[in-house]
Design a binder for this molecule. Structure first.
Ligand code: NAD
Length: 419
């Protein structure tokens, strides 16, 4: 979605949202100057041998946006649409997100412009190891800790951990999160983002005095975040009536069988063709008469030209940056309740933090322990954001940004500036 006609440069969107929050906070111009832009940007060229013997050069990035509150934290994306500005935007959202959920990390992000769907597993491994070597000066358990993002997964995190550890001579699991359990991953990490999305939707329903039971849900992007959120909503008696992936959208007015759909997607690689469903267009999915819409794919999915058709009461941003500022304004005016990305999808980084803590302590927690702690963090953060939204009469997005920016600003001020 990084290449839609309605695209706004995601970094411009990030800066626009930052300025809105900074204005509402009446933030000092010197502090703004210190926290607005990234601290470090690394662009790397990655020559990789393809299976047919040719060498292809890929381009990769790692951005550390802000480390006032702790080491940089943020995922790595493999996607043909990855650009430096996208990575900068995602890194800045990580800064505010870690502060919103009050975990001791700053914001970072990485990406490689590539199409993993057209690459073999061996090519992806060689690319990952080369990328890890290239960003070695930046990463480390006390410096900058990557994690999965779009089209990266626990296996890729395992290769990153291995490549980094080889340079030290001993295993260092805390360099990356979202690892397989057998390499120091945390129980619940894979499902964490979807769980957090679900926790915030539960809180939103309570805040709006709306029943989750019987609510109709549409999910754009039935991947890690979207499918887990859909599954939890389904198991709490909501009806997930439509879902999509990059290849198609499906609909059933009585609700799709989500557990079976998860197996079907796993087996076939797509949602299209699922029994007891009919195909619909991406535009139809967004404009369905439903209570909850979960954009869980990529940026700019809902923009000035399609926002007017959205009918959902709650929009839960599982994806990062799925609404353009214009879409925000249109939906706010329509009275939709938006759970902004830096709150809604913060479950992933929260359990990444739990994973890092467990790795550093060599002491591992039970899954229920992880989910209980996660729920506490998500619900506390939701309440803090809603309080600002109500008291200051600002949008939920501005409220979340105000909470994140104020915490980063305070840390920056307290640390001061080297003369
Ligand atoms: P994923 O790769 O598991 O899933 C992405 C899904 O979106 C796939 O099913 C893909 O087919 C689908 N998709 C891609 N383009 C689409 C399109 N045009 N229309 C409909 N569907 C499309 O990725 P993910 O980890 O679930 O990430 C999804 C979003 O959530 C991203 O914005 C990511 O930054 C955000 N996010 C993920 C995590 C996490 O821990 N996984 C944490 C925070 C935020």
């Amino acid at each position: 979605m990084s290449a839609t006609l309605n695209e706004k440069n995601p970094y411009d969107v990030a800066l626009e949202n930052f300025e809105m929050a900074a204005d509402a906070l009446e933030l000092d111009t010197n502090i703004r100057e210190m926290i607005r832009n990234p601290e470090r940007i690394l662009t790397v060229g990655l020559p990789v041998r393809l299976d047919d013997g040719r060498i292809r050069r890929f381009e990769g990035f790692r951005v550390q946006h802000n480390t006032s509150r702790g080491p940089a934290k943020g995922g790595i994306r493999y996607h043909p649409g990855v650009t430096l500005d996208e990575v900068k935007a995602l890194a800045s959202w990580m800064t505010w997100k870690c502060a919103v959920v009050n975990i001791p990390f700053g914001g970072g992000k990485g990406g490689v412009t590539c199409n993993p769907k057209e690459m073999s597993l061996a090519e992806i491994e060689r690319l990952t190891r080369r990328y890890t070597s290239a960003i070695l000066p930046l990463i480390g358990p006390s410096q900058d800790i990557p994690a999965p993002d779009v089209y990266t997964n626990p296996q890729i995190m395992a290769w990153i951990m291995d490549t980094y550890s080889m340079t030290k001579g001993y295993p260092i699991p805390g360099v990356v999160t979202g690892k397989p359990i057998s390499l120091g991953g945390s129980l619940g990490r894979n499902e964490a983002t979807g769980h957090g999305v679900f926790n915030t939707i539960e809180s939103a329903c309570a805040h709006l005095r709306m029943q989750m039971k019987g609510a109709k849900v549409a999910v754009q992007g039935f991947g890690n975040a979207g499918s887990v959120a859909a599954h939890l909503l389904d198991s709490h008696q909501a009806y997930v009536i439509a879902v999509s992936d990059s290849r198609g959208c499906i609909y059933n007015k009585d609700g799709l069988d989500i557990p079976k759909l998860m197996v079907y997607k796993e087996q076939t690689g797509a949602v299209s063709g699922f029994p007891a469903s009919e195909p619909i267009s991406p535009e139809q999915l967004l404009s369905l008469a439903c209570d909850i819409l979960i954009p869980a794919a990529l940026e700019n999915a809902i923009h000035g030209e399609n926002a007017g058709t959205v009918k959902a009461k709650i929009i839960a941003e599982a994806a990062n940056g799925p609404l353009t500022p214009e879409a925000d304004r249109i939906l706010e005016n329509k009275g939709a309740f938006i759970i902004p990305d830096i709150l809604c999808n913060a479950g992933g980084v929260t359990v990444s933090y739990f994973e890092w803590v467990q790795d550093e302590q060599h002491l591992f927690w039970e899954a229920q322990d992880v989910y209980n702690r996660l729920e506490r963090v998500m619900k506390t953060s939701f309440n803090e954001v809603v309080n600002i939204h109500v008291e200051r009469k600002v949008s939920m997005r501005t409220a979340a940004n105000m909470l994140g920016v104020s915490r980063v600003a305070e840390a920056t001020k307290l640390r001061g500036l080297y003369p």
